[in-house]
Design a protein around this ligand. Sequence first.
Ligand SMILES: Cc1ncc(COP(=O)(O)O)c(C=O)c1O
Length: 469
Amino acid sequence: MVRQLSARAQVIVAAAATCGVAVLAAALTLMPSPAAAKARSKRPKRKRKKNDKNDSLSSRGSRLTRPALPYMGGVLEGFAEPYDATTGKGVILLAVAENKLCWPRLKPRVEAALKQIPDWTANYGPMDGCAQLKAALARFLDRRIIRDERPRVVSDHVSCAAGAAACLNNLFLSICEAGDSVLIPAPYYAAFDADLGAICALKRIPVRLRQGDFALTRSALDAAYAASGQTAKALLLTNPHNPTGRCLTEDELRLAVGWCESKKMHLVSDEVYALSLLKGDAFVSLGRITKGALGDRRHVVWGLSKDFGMSGLRFGCVWTQNDRLRQALGTAAMFGCVPGVCQAMVTELLSDDAFCDDYLRANTVALRLSCAACTAMMDSLSLPYYVPDAGMFLWCDLSSLLDEKSWAAEARLYDQLRTEIRVVLTPGEAQHAVSPGWFRICYAFVGRDVLDAALSKFQAWVEKKRQRA
Ligand SMILES: Cc1ncc(COP(=O)(O)O)c(C=O)c1O
């Protein structure tokens, strides 16, 4: 039998009732988890190096000192020195999956919603979302993401936290013990390593998606499960997928459900790109798969960072029918809740059907245009890429531009683009690509004019490189 909640989740639920939030958060950072402490006591004692600056931190605290992304340097450079179209100077950052294309349309609606702030927003309330918010979210998830004839999402079954990353952290903290394995179809979103590793201390085992079409197969799931020593606790899907932009088919979702059922594993579906669709009806939510539907071991994550281009708002939610898990999530939300003012704003925004219809339609048009600009450039250079169904990125095979087939050569190509034309892409190694030379181009992080500038620079650079070769 799989235990539903980790020992730590039980401690969180109990401890939060008796001690202060700040004390508990500090304790989590400074103290090893019970499982880690037990494992450590069995290990032979290592001599600590003198003057080790990390001495005062726990192993968890030390992990948190590491950058969340291996290519963080390029991202920070892009934040510090963004491209200036008038001077042509600065860094064009195409390594962050964020959609800035429709903010001008969204901003006035957000500002209007913030004009009237209800009094309750200044007070304590349910940390994982007030009743009005959960009701609006349940309706929104049903209508737009699950898209079934009859409503499925009960508002009490939704739990919110400060972003999808916080939801994933709290969820895995509650269903896994430190050292457990989670299977993730690969390539995968680079920050999952930190999201699952930094605090939860989970092993991430890649499930190798099929070469060519990136489909999820039973043999890949079996191989990854074997690699986990047949002990994996959960399968984490991203649908639509990051970095390929592919939507899982209904058959693949059924396979995942049945396979997890047979192993008594949790199935988590991260659906943060569910509404960023390039092809109208390609997406099917895990929430729609009813047959053999895993009951309380099935969890769906969504948020406003991607589909509504508001990663700075920090809004995410989990839909799960697992009562005890929601109890744990509700308490864990104390350490990263959605502030009351944001809850009120999101409630109003998601309840405005006419606005959401209009916004999502315009968003799809804008994403399609930027994506088409990228694919046209790749086609003109005869560089292969995966044709996406959704998302805000293009998964590109630049291996023909490597000076040799190695990860070091991929890192060199990343650096050449960063320093010579000042364009930053997401390198494949950080995303667990199967072979060197794959890069993710995040085409919605910048407006069309800046994207066009980046694509022209890239095109000219590749043509020059080919002439020299
Ligand atoms: C698949 C996936 N999940 C989660 C996140 C993080 O979302 P949030 O900003 O809401 O924490 C990202 C961000 O890129 C993502 O791509």
